[in-house]
Design a protein around this ligand. Structure first.
Ligand code: EPZ
Length: 421
């Protein structure tokens, strides 16, 4: 298994190009199942989760031509489609469940593996299943699979999500796109990957999706979708991660390839701790302060709140603050796995249920640590790059799921990092 060797401390300096968004790409790739015509998707990040989703779509019988050099893929429906999404593919990438909505609305049947839990939480799919049921899907869960079928075309319906869920909102939008009649979804997740990218992609292909309220979307079913070529938005979390890198290392970065207003909440938080941030058009410049001020209580929330996927990175930032702070994780039930590893690097953090109390003024010292999930791993990279001495970060396959060429991008801005295979 690959690992990273990092020698700190370092200051990051230079320009970073943000890759395409993993979490915008995954539902858009799943949406390609809805098409009879060809779909071309560009600005696709070369990360493992994308490879897994493309393997899944290929396993359903679609022709998939990926061009890694141009970060693009062309997907075309073949004559022989099957509607079986296997455990082997879905277990490594929970977003595989996003093929359920498209399969059932397009082909009237699907056998998809339950995603299963992961380290950060149980990851149930009850909101997905209840929404699809309201649209006319019948299903039985047997031996870890959802066996779904629909006697006829799905029928539009009014659906209220009891809890805001990114995946359930995406699955319901995908299913309603080809259903008969009108669907109204209420209490939706409104992350930019959904409200901007997925909506724009489908509407450009002829869907009729209209956001009629803050968290309410109206979808008028259409018969079919047109051929489309679409470029995915930049990765919001990768951009936020590099902003934290500049802030904790007293560095200076110019960040391109992402629309900075989509991480306003996190940028305001970084300004509060002392970072100097300038935005003109799509270029974001950020300089880290001499002193990092603590934030009394950082609370993760659904967008537009502080993103849960930024929580571990912000914890590293608060370790460097000159005072005490707390971080409350409201989205996942077990998303503090990075705490133990940060403590090995010298952090003083106490966890009480979903609250972490961070002492601050940590002088990180290099050590050997272990990645546990995608975002926890990048927090370890951030802490290691400002630690005194050498660190080894094990199991970085977690990182490869969601950060494209991260060691190349970090080396380019002055981090002493090597991948050991
Ligand atoms: C998406 O996961 C993202 N993944 C996650 O990013 C992100 O952390 C999460 O949204 C929250 O923003 C992708 O977009 C591929 P949810 P998702 O449904 O859709 C519970 C990363 O690092 N829930 O909004 O699974 C659930 O357990 C990943 O890129 C139910 O109880 O998140 C969680 O506690 C990690 N029943 C909460 O809701 C359901 O049917 C929010 O989950 C669905 C969700």
């Amino acid at each position: 298994m690959d690992k990273f060797l990092i020698k700190g401390p370092c200051k990051v300096k230079g320009t970073v190009n943000i890759s395409g968004s993993k979490n915008a790409s995954l539902p858009i790739l799943a949406a390609s199942i809805l098409f009879d015509e060809m779909v071309e998707i560009k600005n696709l990040p070369n990360v493992r989760d994308i490879d897994t989703m493309l393997s899944l779509i290929k396993s359903l019988g679609f022709n998939v031509k990926q061009n890694k050099n141009s970060n693009s893929v062309v997907i075309k429906k073949s004559k022989k489609i099957n509607t079986f999404a296997s455990y082997s593919l879905v277990k490594t990438m929970r977003a595989g469940i996003l093929v359920l909505g498209p399969l059932i609305t397009k082909f009237g049947k699907a056998k998809t593996s339950l995603p299963g839990g992961c380290l950060i939480g149980a990851r149930p799919i009850n909101y997905h299943l209840n929404a699809l049921k309201k649209l006319g899907m019948n299903y039985k869960i047997e031996k870890g699979y959802v066996n779904a079928f629909a006697k006829s075309k799905l029928t539009g319906s009014n659906i209220f999500f009891p809890k805001i869920s990114v995946g359930a909102t995406e699955n319901a939008i995908l299913a309603a796109t080809l259903a008969n009649g009108k669907t109204i979804l209420k209490n939706c997740a409104i992350e930019p990957e959904i409200k901007n990218d997925l909506t724009n992609f489908l509407n450009q292909a002829g869907a009729k999706i209209k956001w009629v309220g803050k968290r309410t979307v109206e979808i008028k079913g259409v018969k079919s979708l047109k051929k489309i070529s679409y470029s995915v938005m930049g990765d919001r979390i990768e951009c936020g991660t590099f902003c934290v890198a500049a802030t904790i290392s007293k560095g200076n970065l110019k960040i391109k390839g992402f629309d900075p207003k989509l991480i306003n909440t996190e940028l305001n938080l970084l300004k509060k701790v002392g970072a100097k941030i300038k935005i003109n058009e799509k270029l974001l410049s950020i300089a880290g302060p001499e002193k990092i001020k603590p934030i009394k209580n950082i609370v993760t929330k659904e967008w537009p709140g502080v993103a849960t996927d930024m929580q571990s990175q912000l914890m590293v930032l608060m370790c460097r603050a000159n005072g005490k702070s707390t971080i409350t994780e409201n989205i996942f039930e077990n998303r503090f796995l990075h705490v133990g590893e940060l403590q090995r690097l010298g952090a003083d953090i106490q966890v009480k249920k979903n609250k972490a109390i961070i002492r601050g003024n940590t002088k990180f010292v290099g050590a050997e640590v272990m990645s546990s999930d995608l975002r926890a791993s990048v927090a370890l990279v951030l802490a290691a790059m400002i630690s005194n001495g050498k660190s080894t970060i094990n199991r970085i396959y977690h990182l490869d799921r969601g950060y494209e060429k991260i060691e190349k991008k970090l080396t380019k801005i002055g981090v002493n990092i090597k991948r050991i295979s």
